[in-house]
Design a binder for this molecule. Structure first.
Ligand code: LLP
Length: 432
């Protein structure tokens, strides 16, 4: 009935998340409110970890892509599942460090890292730095030398694969700001340079073809291309690349008609390609790393809002306005993303209405969605937008000086605040 398995309806006809009444959560914590179900996060981590164990004989690591959703509590949960972390900025790395995360399990990304970021990454001892371009390689070599360190690095490679997803979240094609191109020989030249560097250790190669991808074939193709490159490096330079990071990007169900393959199926199919290609090429199988973000965080989250105005424009559309919008969920205005919505206090009723859910910002495009099936919503109702655990809180803003919502985690029928709601004083805290 709902996109996420942890959602249900109780005897009052209210929507429940992890067995907890969402109308009660809205009353207790206020709206807008992000709610994250800890068990859903944990189950996804376990399923990925078990897949690495099953299909790669445990030779690999799952690194949760914290850009999807990061806060201290999330890092603590991820750490307790024994998996690693992918961070992409000083802020994400700092959050992980402050949560007590084991830095040796952290991969540090970014297409334009600053010297300050690289220094900090070396100081805290991240497991690997994913180097994006040649100037970064030389900058890192210098910084590492000055610090008398030898960090492990991976090279981010553009495997030249066009995944079928939104243009803004494609990353594997040659026209991308991320990584070294294979086709042009740029990647091979960079590997030669890295092998000659004294203060970095090239341990692996990385690729990430995009996000919210449903097809398995592009992942298989990426694995093939990357292993071919590893074989070329072995043949021509005699250098063994020990790790292959295949990135994230596994699609999730935002609408009932979405039907992504379970990620075990991705893992099984890609692992077959990895095994057969390694045999064919006569190379040793590298350790396999993956970086799922959305598939761990998104299904765990919902956002609760209170309905304000309802505006019916005859023969045109009905706007249902909520107390949040693009500030807490900019994915519609950015990508035209689709979501399932439910009137939480009428969840047992049919969704007979079709509405545009509008945010409260001074911006016409500030919508959660158009033509959305919904129960009849009026002032005071609570609307739940489902599968918002990834790229909502992490992409939230203070546009219009709107305060960011609180994040509540739920587990075993109980709820707790993980991130406090911003106050008006937070809004002016850096103003002088
Ligand atoms: N690894 C790398 C290097 C990445 O760039 C990303 C996402 C991931 C892993 C995680 O991908 P995931 O498993 O979450 O698909 N803001 C967009 C998504 C941008 C994804 C950026 N990179 C959205 O809201 O759809």
């Amino acid at each position: 009935m709902f996109v996420s398995e942890n959602l249900g309806v109780n005897e009052k006809g209210n929507l429940t998340v992890g067995g907890i009444d969402t109308v009660d959560l809205a009353a207790q914590y206020g709206t807008p409110l992000y709610v994250m179900d800890e068990q859903v996060v944990r189950n996804a981590c376990r399923r990925f970890k078990e897949s690495i164990d099953k299909y790669y004989g445990g030779k690999g690591l799952v690194c949760y892509a914290s850009k999807a959703f990061s806060c201290l509590e999330m890092c603590r949960i991820i750490a307790s599942e024994g998996i690693g972390l992918d961070v992409v900025s000083l802020g994400e790395l700092y959050t992980a460090v402050k949560s007590g995360f084991d830095c040796s399990k952290i991969g540090f990304h970014g297409n334009n890292k600053t010297p300050e970021e690289l220094e900090y990454a070396i100081e805290v001892g991240v497991g690997h730095i994913v180097v994006d371009n040649i100037s970064e390689l030389f900058m890192l070599e210098e910084i590492a030398k000055a610090k008398n360190a030898k960090p492990s690095i991976m090279f981010r490679i553009k495997p030249g694969i066009d995944a079928h997803t939104h243009d803004f979240v494609k990353t594997g094609q040659i026209d991308s700001k991320f990584g070294f191109a294979l086709e042009t020989g740029e990647a091979f030249e960079a590997v030669k340079q890295a092998v000659a560097c004294e203060n970095v250790e090239l341990s692996g190669l990385h690729c990430h073809i995009g996000s919210q991808i449903f097809d398995i074939a592009p992942f298989e193709e990426a694995a093939r291309v990357m292993l071919d490159f590893i074989a070329k490096i072995k043949d021509e330079l005699g250098y063994t690349v020990k790790e292959l990071n295949l990135g994230g990007g596994f699609g999730i169900k935002y609408l009932n008609e979405h039907d992504p393959a379970p990620f075990e199926t991705y893992m099984e199919r890609v692992s077959k390609v990895v095994k057969s290609e390694c045999e064919r090429l006569g190379i040793e199988q590298p350790a396999i790393l993956i970086e799922p973000g959305r598939s761990i965080a998104a299904p765990a989250g919902i956002t609760l809002y209170t309905v304000g105005a309802r505006k019916e424009i005859p023969n045109i559309r009905t706007y249902v306005s909520i107390d949040g919008g693009m500030c807490d969920n900019p994915r519609y205005i950015l990508y035209g993303s689709e979501y399932e919505a439910v009137v939480a206090n009428k969840a047992s009723e049919e969704r007979t209405d079709r509405v545009t859910i509008a945010g409260r910002c001074c911006e016409s495009g500030d919508l959660i969605g158009e033509n959305m099936p919904l129960q009849y919503a009026e002032s005071g109702d609570i609307i739940a937008v489902c599968a918002t655990g990834a790229y909502n809180y992490s992409m939230s803003s203070n546009y219009n000086r709107v305060q960011k919502p609180a994040v509540v985690f739920i587990n075993n029928g109980e709820s707790r605040i993980a991130v406090k709601r911003e106050t008006l004083d937070d809004i002016i805290r850096n103003d002088i």
